[in-house]
Structure formats: C-alpha cells, structure tokens
Write a protein of this length. Sequence first.
Length: 462
Amino acid sequence: MKFFRLFVLVALCSVPVLFSSCQKTTQIGSNVIPGGDFIYAVTTDTFTVLAQEEAELPVPTSSLSKYLLGSMRDPVFGNSYAAIFTQVQIPGGGGETFVNLGNSISIDSIVLSLPYYASTSYYGIPKTPQSIKVYQVTQSMLPGTVYNSNQPFSFDPQPIGAINNYIPDFIDSPKVWQAGVLDTVPPQLRIKLSAAFAQELLSQSGTGTFNSNSAFQNFLKGILIAPDTSNGFGAGIMYFDLTTAAINVYCSQTSSTGSGPINVQFPINSSAYVATDYYKHNYNGTPIANLLKTDSSNNSVLYIQSMGGLRAKITIPHLKSLGNVLINKAQLEVIQIHSGSSTPIIDSNFSAPQALELLTDSLNTNYSIEDISNDFLTYGGTRIKTAPATNDTIWEYNVNVSDQIQYLLTGNPTNSTVNYSQFSSLFLRTFPNPEIADRIVIGGGNSSKSKLVLHLVYTKLK
C-alpha cells in the first residue's frame, strides 16, 4: 500500500487531474484525462452507480461549535424541528466554589440569553416569526457522554418561559441593564423566564446546592429550549453560540454593606458541560415519504438533508470486474437538480450545502472513509457553480474516493484500525451534517440529465 500511495502522489504532483462525465458538459469541462498522463492508464466513467434514498443515522450533537433551534416548513422537504437540551452552572461559572448571595435580594426579572453564532445564523426564510418555550429538564444528563440527535430527555411540561412570534434579528445589539449600567450585548435571543423559577433558583443560595456544579445540576438537571409548533411551523432554523449563553437574574440587594442592582448569572458553557441538539423530521405529503417506503435500489432523484435527515446509499455493483488494478484517481460527480415536475426545487431561501461528504457504515455506525483524512489527496466535496440553460444557479460536487475503491478491490492496509474493505456501500450526506440545516436535491443513478457518475483512472497490474 505504501507503493500505491507513492505512485499516486507522484502522479498527482506531476499532472492536474480533473474529470467530467461523458453524458454532459459541466463547469469542470468535457475532456476526461488522456490515458497518457498516467503510465499505462485507463480512463472510464461507464460503471453503473446505484443510489437509494435512506434516512440518515442519528448524528452526534453533544459537542457542536453551534447549536440549532427552531422549526421549519420546507416546501420540498416537509417539516424540520430542532430543540436544545442543556445543563446550567452555578453563578461564577465552572469554579467549584461555595456561593452565598445573602438573604436581602428582591428579584426584578430573569432572562435566558442566547447569543447568535454569527450574523448569518439562520437557514430558511428570513424575517419570519418563531415561537419558543423553555422547560425544566427532569432527567440527568451526564457530562462526557456522547448524545445523538434522536436522544430526548424527560422534562416538566409546564414551561418556565416563552417568547411568541419572535422575528430573529442578527444585526442589532440590544442594550440591557446589568448591575445598574446600561450595556450593549451581542445580537441574541432573549427569553423572559418566570419569577417563580427565579425565586426557586435564588432560594438555593447559601445551601449545599450552590456548593458545586454537580450539586447544583442535581437540583436543576437542565433546561429544554424548544420551538412551539402548536400554531404551526416556522420557516427556518437559528444557530446559537452556547459558550456565552446564560440565565441572568436581575435583582436589587439591600444589606448592611450597601445596596443596589446586581446581576446573578447562571452560565451555560457547552464546552464544559452537556448541551445537545434534538432533531425531528416529518416528510408526510412529500415525494420523500414514498421514496423511503420503496425497495428500489436505484432512484433517479435523491433528497439529501442535514440535521440527521436524509442521505443516499451508493453502491457500484460491477467494480470488482476491474481485477488487479492500481486506482490513480476515483471521483464521484454529483449534480443538483434545479426543478421538479410541479414545485421548483431550487429556492434562494433554502440554499444548497457548501459541501458534501461520503461515509461508510457498519452496525449503524458512521465511519469516515480514508480519503477524507488523506494528507496528499484533496478530498473535494465542495460545491462548484455551473450554468445550465436556465436562470438558476446549479451546484456540482466532486468527491474523491480513490483509497476507498482501492481497498474494496485489494483489501485494507495492515495498519488501518477500520476494515474498510468490508464496506461495499458508500453514503452521501451533507457536511457538516450535525450542525447545519441545509438540504439539496440531486440526480440519482438513473437520472436522465443529472446522473451520478464515477470517474476512474486506473492502471492494470500484472
């Protein structure tokens, strides 16, 4: 296998390698690499590629850089839902120090503040209202545990706070009173919580509950921040940075040492304690629902969706007919479909993913293929704009699978911890699937205009 890697490295450093399908002309161009660019090389794009619609496996959502929240009605993909379960810390953050706020405190208000991840922290139709509710979690969440997108926790059905018909604002920085000073804070969602919940929190001051985070989290196991869909779904998913999120209790304090306003902050630090997203999708009334029920191994249209939504199972049934070969280059070409029979599939509000990735799996566990971490071969998967005979922007993706196909043909390298050669199928999904809300419709294995194509350059070995 070291010989294989060296051969490919030398070849790639010597010659730029680009592919296109025989069936069409795309952004990449119509000239497949001449065989002379590799010693005794053969090029082909005629292998049968089978692609089947599948529900994605649950994805890990407990160690994200951004957390998703909201409800979204998509005209093509149906309804999607994202909620956040998170632990809360004692005042002062992660320090295991005893906290005593005294007894002479009166509560003015309590607010859950959720800073947006960035100025573009939204997927879907902008300036449409969302309704959000907050609940107390009644089931323990364990720090250090990996939780997946299908893992809910029990909670008290009586909400402790809500905001109705809220229109996200990612630009304006609100001004809030903090300890008697009017401060400007980053753009954020602010949800007013109940005074009774604030009183319940502050009543623990001076007790063992405030002695440590573990003691406090035994008292308050966490909170659930969830979309309220009782009056219908919203039109988008919001992205939040939980590393600076907090529950803020605004109080007035009177004591022998002084008086005045204070802000008691209960941080939410997703990097130190548990925060995890919970996702649900409903495809009723969409073509997707029928696709998921069929046994067809080769669909002409495929629906790919983030948030643990949808993926495509890809198999290449006649691959081993190549025999004993060295794979110089292997690339899967993926083309977006721009329109359907009755509903436009391309919509500027529901943009295509920035990237796609190919995985393999076994026993319901996703594995990254070797090509993703290869240090000399560009994996690809990022989108490339094309310009078909329409006014729409069409995206194309080209994903490298050279190592994976080599392993399927000749077996795994001896130092690999995963036996890739046992995986006969690949799974195409969005990237990064757990922490983005995008989607795309692509051509399948028997599409007439946007067919999945495997481009191969290989050398026969004696």
